[in-house]
Design a protein around this ligand. Structure first.
Ligand SMILES: Cc1ncc(COP(=O)(O)O)c(C=O)c1O
Length: 1010
């Protein structure tokens, strides 16, 4: 209804609200197709919804809506539906002429806070489960509300949807018309079944704008209301379920999982039967077809209204890009409700179990005593690159664990990393979900080993799939139980020789030899074995069964392809792989380790394998490692592994004996440092290195006092802790020693002098004057100044240029030594600079190196000048048993060479720049990103509240949400509100893109709470 030029619509109805309900409120219009809806807000903040029905709204419809809502509130006041607010005279609705003189029916409802489901960014299966629960509860309560007038035929009554056939002509796009025609044909097939179902009153329009969602910050979102009863009618309840389902599947990368969670939520409170569950998929598609035809029709009548077309985009997108198989989605929905995936599935499983030990042995001999060997992600290092199984590795799978008898079994439900083709990936990124879990049993034996049918069957498939790493020869047999239930067995990696005498439809007798194991050149390239899989249905898979499943979708795939052990006369439990149990590991850890050992993330990760900048958990789930700086040149670098093994095979001794590896390492480090550095000390850790650096400074200066920035961290040994304000200041910390002076961190975002102050470097540096004086006054004197060149735990701070130059000059003027802790910043991480002090254009007196130097092997190093080395050489031996071992020195040298040869410093620059500019773009979109800072792959993102203060909780939420999305980042800073990103230097642009996209999605999701 167009607003008249001289009428203020809101004012008009505000007056009506005041007269009839005695409520003085300001109205604002809400969207609606036919009726007028207003949000009414009183001065005291109270809100309600004023509904002015369309011009010709029949009285029975408003009465029915009111009755239904009152019925629901009476039956269960906890239902998430609005309440009807009666007018002053006690009426549930009133009549009033509108400004055009038409009589309108008007009523008032309570306001329910929340956002429309359609507008929620981070849709999760837990939210869709809750939508199911809420809808199920409502439908269950509506079941005994009877109203004859609601038995009605109108365009939104799903069983009567065939009306859209009359309007096919409005769909001009031929491909779209084909899609809609198919949906209509499929719908026609289920109509008899649909009309045989019982009927009840249903809401009939739980679309994504009528479901309101809300949630506490950091909690998962739940339904706060289901509104708009305008389409209420009598129909089978599965129509209500399917209508909501039609919107649950939109705009989602995993629509099947969302739908299954939703249906199971409904079923959990208002149990469905299998017939109903089987109808959901076709009904859901029909609802979407009605919706798009209806709006195309509307658009043809209102060509000026672009919104009509735009609003249909998600539905078309879903229908046009649908690659969900009906058979599988039915099975999935049934499984989510705890029903047999297909008719008879439970009987088949029982029968197979009962018949176990009576099946003919697959390989002609009893398999009971065969060893079962693990190819799991936890138990092997094959493939070396979990993103690319090499042909040689495939050919020799299990080679390292087989003995002379090449006859052994591979587990069911075992997560393996050998399935590396992109087809196993379930998303666009390397760290996207991936199918890893083997849902068959393998029998490894010599090529040519004959296979005998465990039971009678008919050939369903007999093919040769000659792609590398495919099945090679593959046979599927169809079997029938005495109960006439059908099931299937698959035999993969066969010699395709069977093709000459087997064809589809052939009968195979129990115990009949029907094929043999193929050699690698015909079996897909694998070590000879048979992949033996059972399936209770092929509906939706036909001959193309997934042999491997997503660990997060295992319950579904296990229900389609259960453990086939019984068919091999083996015990299921023996063939079932169980990875390390994370909960047990965690509980043992808390029993046997000190309580102050922390575990990252609310949901800890059990790391089983790693490669470059990806790690894998016990189920083979990949994670992008954007946090760990220890594996500087990448996790599990083959060159490091090879050098380590080689040196361990030769000799691993200490610095009391001569070995060229030690001097070679020293020369390599010195080649990266400016002239003047001549003496190296090798130790085992950053802590030990800093400890030694303090001793060097004290020996050279003859004084003890140390000045260091606040919030620093230098290690866990007593001396290193004493200078680590990040630790000693904590409530139960050791406190500040009298020989330690702290100065403010040169943080020009949050500190005393901000980015816009051109003199901030000098002003921060001047803060060192007082402490120098204090140390002298105390009679302790100044031995030196130590600083992480870019403070890391302090919040990934980049001190303003010129800062260190000023500080060093003041320190040196008072006889102090300047120590640069380059543990976090050294070795090329910063992209533009090999060391952080280069950016500051200073030359320290002592440089400390640590963790990245060993890529995981414990190494620390202290490098200084000849003079300082001489001051320390006081006749007492310096010896660190493992520091400078032949092994450490070879590894350290190798790390530095890899940084050079793989051009990792340049990579740090390129990927770092890409990330930082991406984070800055995000900063423009999200007010709670206060600052983005960093250099190369040393990056911090400061998360703030509206008032600029530190948003610790939000930062923790983001970190954990990123982990749930398979990306590891950390957090730090005095208030733990700075996201910390410092991946191995191997990270690539593609991974950075994943990080940016995912972070953006996570940040957008936080807007759902608003
Ligand atoms: C800057 C800095 N220095 C020293 C250390 C101590 O090294 P480590 O843990 O190898 O003893 C760390 C450790 O995180 C560090 O970040």
């Amino acid at each position: 209804m167009a607003k008249g030029p001289d009428i203020d619509l809101e004012n008009f109805w505000e007056r009506v609200l005041k007269i009839h309900w005695g409520i003085e409120a300001v109205l604002s219009a809400l969207p609606g197709e036919l009726d007028l809806n207003f949000l009414a807000e009183e001065k005291n903040g109270a809100k309600c919804i004023l509904k002015i029905m369309r011009n010709d709204c029949p009285e029975w419809l408003i009465k029915a809506q009111i009755e239904a809502i009152e019925h629901l509130n009476y039956k269960d006041p906890s239902l998430k539906v609005p309440k009807v607010l009666k007018a002053s005279q006690g009426a549930s609705f009133i009549r009033e002429e509108d400004y055009s003189g038409n009589e309108r029916l008007i009523w008032l409802q309570t306001f329910i806070p929340g956002k429309c489901y359609a507008e929620i960014k981070q849709k999760s299966t837990s939210t869709s489960f809750d939508v199911g629960v809420s809808l199920g509860n409502m439908a269950s309560a509506l079941a005994d509300y009877k109203n004859e007038s609601l038995v009605r035929d109108f365009k939104w009554n799903l069983p009567g949807s065939l009306w859209i056939k009359n309007y096919f002509s409005v769909i001009e796009n031929a491909a779209r018309l084909k899609i809609i025609s198919k949906i209509v044909d499929d719908f026609k097939e289920i109509l008899p079944k649909l009309s045989s179902l019982g009927q009840q009153t249903i809401h009939n329009d739980p679309n994504d704008y009528n479901i309101l969602i809300s949630g506490e910050k950091y909690q998962s979102l739940t339904v706060s209301g289901i509104i708009d009863f305008g389409d209420i009618c009598v129909a089978p309840r599965v129509c209500d379920l399917s209508i909501a389902g039609a919107y649950i599947v939109l705009n989602n990368s995993e629509p099947e999982k969302m739908l299954a969670a939703f249906v199971s939520g409904y079923h959990s409170v208002y149990p469905l039967n299998t017939e109903e569950v089987d109808l959901v998929w076709r009904l859901l598609r029909m609802r979407l077809a009605v919706s798009v035809v209806n709006s195309t029709l509307l658009a043809s009548k209102n060509p000026e209204d672009a919104y009509i077309i735009i609003s249909q985009a998600p539905a078309w997108d879903f229908l046009e890009n649908l690659n969900i198989n009906e058979g599988l989605i039915k099975a999935r929905l049934r499984n989510s409700c705890g029903m047999p995936v297909v008719e008879g599935a439970d009987r088949i499983v029982d029968w197979i179990k009962k018949e176990s030990n009576n099946f003919s042995p697959l390989c002609g001999t009893n398999l009971t005593n065969l060893e079962i060997k693990s190819l799991s992600v936890e138990n092997t290092s094959v493939p070396q690159d979990p993103f690319e199984l090499k042909n040689d590795e495939a050919k020799n799978i299990g080679f390292e664990i087989t003995d002379q008898t090449n006859f052994w079994l591979g587990y069911y439900n075992e997560p393996r990393l050998i399935y590396t083709a992109p087809a196993f990936r379930l998303g666009p990124w390397k760290a996207s979900n991936r199918r890893t879990v083997h849902i068959a049993i393998d029998v490894f034996a010599d090529e040519g080993t004959e296979l005998f049918a465990p039971l009678e069957g008919v050939v369903f498939t007999a093919e040769y799939r000659d792609n590398q790493l495919d099945y090679g020869g593959v046979i599927i047999l169809k079997h029938t139980t005495p109960n006439n239930d059908e099931f299937f067995t698959l035999y993969g990696h066969l010699d395709p020789i069977f093709l000459s005498n087997l064809k589809v439809g052939d009968k195979i007798e129990k115990g009949q030899s029907f094929c043999q194991l193929g050699a690698p050149n015909v079996n897909g390239g694998w070590a000879p074995h048979v992949h033996f899989q059972l399936a209770l249905t092929t509906d939706g898979m036909e001959a193309d069964w997934p042999g491997v499943a997503d660990p997060d979708d295992l319950s579904f795939w296990n229900s389609i392809c259960p453990n086939p052990a019984s068919l091999l006369n083996l015990k299921e439990i023996d063939c079932l792989y169980r990875p390390s149990n994370k909960k047990e590991v965690l509980s043992d850890r808390s029993k046997h380790f000190g309580g102050n050992l922390s575990v990252s993330y609310d949901e800890p990760i059990l790391i089983s394998r790693a490669w470059k900048h990806h790690i894998f958990d016990e189920w083979g789930r990949p994670y992008l490692d954007a946090y760990n700086n220890v594996p500087h040149v990448g996790h599990s670098h083959p060159r490091i592994n090879q050098v380590a093994l080689d040196q361990l095979n030769r000799v691993n001794s200490n610095t009391r004996y001569l070995h060229p590896s030690q001097t070679k390492f020293a020369k390599k480090i010195l080649s990266k440092l400016p002239s003047g550095f001549e003496v190296c000390y090798f130790v085992n850790s950053g802590s030990e290195a800093n400890e030694l650096a303090l001793r060097l400074a004290q020996a050279h200066s003859g004084k003890k006092g140390i000045i260091t920035p606040d919030e620093g961290y230098f290690g866990n040994t007593t001396g290193a802790l004493s200078i680590s304000a990040y630790k000693f200041k904590k409530p139960n910390g050791v406190g500040q020693a009298d020989w330690v002076e702290i100065i403010e961190v040169p943080d020009d975002y949050r500190g005393s002098f901000k980015k816009d102050d051109p003199d901030r470097a000098i002003k921060f540096a001047n803060l060192v004057d007082g402490p120098i004086e204090r140390l002298n006054l105390k009679g302790i004197g100044l031995s030196g100044f130590i600083m992480e060149t870019f403070p890391s735990v302090g919040g990934q701070i980049i001190p303003p240029k010129g800062y260190l130059e000023q500080v060093y000059s003041k320190i040196r003027k008072h006889g102090g030594i300047c120590i640069a802790d380059e543990v976090q910043t050294g070795l090329g991480r910063l992209g533009d600079y090999y060391f952080g002090f280069e950016f500051q254009e200073v030359k320290p007196d002592i440089v400390v190196l640590g963790k990245p130097l060993g890529n995981g092997h414990p190494i620390g190093a202290v490098i200084t000048t000849k003079e300082i080395g001489e001051s320390f050489d006081n006749g007492i031996e310096f010896f660190s048993t493992f520091g400078g071992s032949n092994l450490s020195c070879r590894i350290g040298t190798e790390v530095l060479e890899i940084v050079d040869e793989e051009k990792l410093q340049r990579n740090a620059k390129e990927v770092g720049d890409f990330l930082i500019s991406g984070f800055n773009k995000l900063k423009n979109n999200f007010d709670f990103i206060g600052d983005v800072r960093g250099m190369g792959l040393f990056i911090g993102i400061e998360i703030i509240r509206g008032d600029g203060s530190e948003a610790t909780e939000l930062c923790s939420y983001i970190k954990n949400k990123m982990r749930d999305n398979r990306i590891l980042i950390g957090s730090d800073g005095p208030k733990d509100n700075v996201i910390k990103i410092r991946p191995p230097l191997t990270i690539e642009i593609e991974d950075a893109q994943m990080l940016l996209t995912t972070l953006s999605e996570v940040l957008e999701g936080t807007l759902d709470w608003a």
